[in-house]
Design a protein around this ligand. Structure first.
Ligand SMILES: Nc1nc2c(ncn2[C@@H]2O[C@H](COP(=O)(O)OP(=O)(O)OP(=O)(O)O)[C@@H](O)[C@H]2O)c(=O)[nH]1
Ligand SMILES: [Mg+2]
Length: 150
């Protein structure tokens, strides 16, 4: 099963990938974590890391872009390596940047999803006010039922 973790900035995506992968391994499953955030070093052991192909801080410097423009450019560059971001564990958890639109609407993000994901579940982390006072919002849905990801 492949799980695509989406959520706004700082909502807990990477923490979820780290903790859920550890939980699944304890249960005996083989798990691959894939970092699709070109701006962040993973906080878990990543089987595949988009930063092997592109680092947003270098894109900012090279193309003289701000953080958001550089993230768009980074995902465009990474789309050329979509097939090298595939994994084959029983569970594959994909961590994404907080800029949700990159992997929902952008052509490059779609290319990476389509080239990489199969039988996908997504996890959406909401970023409501007072999130620090209670557990983060979390919802699950089947890829096929999520029209915004088609
Ligand atoms: N209160 C609370 N804090 C959390 C939870 N999950 C993560 N955090 C904290 O929120 C901060 C951001 O967590 P990350 O996992 O880096 O969030 P992220 O969505 O990956 O952030 P970006 O990749 O920058 O978009 C960290 O300090 C975490 O320790 C949670 O469920 N509840
Ligand atoms: Mg993160």
């Amino acid at each position: 099963m492949e799980i695509f973790v989406l959520g706004c900035a700082g909502s807990g995506k990477s923490t979820f990938v780290k903790n859920f992968s550890e939980y699944l391994r304890e249960k005996g499953y083989s798990v691959d974590c894939v970092n699709l955030d070109p701006a962040s070093e993973p906080i878990y052991k990543a089987s595949k890391d988009i930063r092997q192909f592109v680092k947003t801080e270098q894109v900012m410097e090279e193309y003289r872009l701000g953080i958001n423009g550089a993230l768009i450019k980074s995902v465009e560059i990474a789309a050329n390596y979509a097939d090298r971001l595939k994994c084959s564990g029983e569970f594959v958890l994909y961590d994404t940047p907080g800029q949700l639109e990159l992997f929902i609407y952008s052509l490059a993000g779609k290319k990476i999803r389509r080239g990489t994901f199969f039988d996908l579940l997504y996890v959406y982390f909401s970023c409501g006010l007072n999130a620090h006072h209670r557990p983060r919002g979390l919802s699950f849905g089947r890829y096929a039922e999520c029209s915004s990801l088609s």
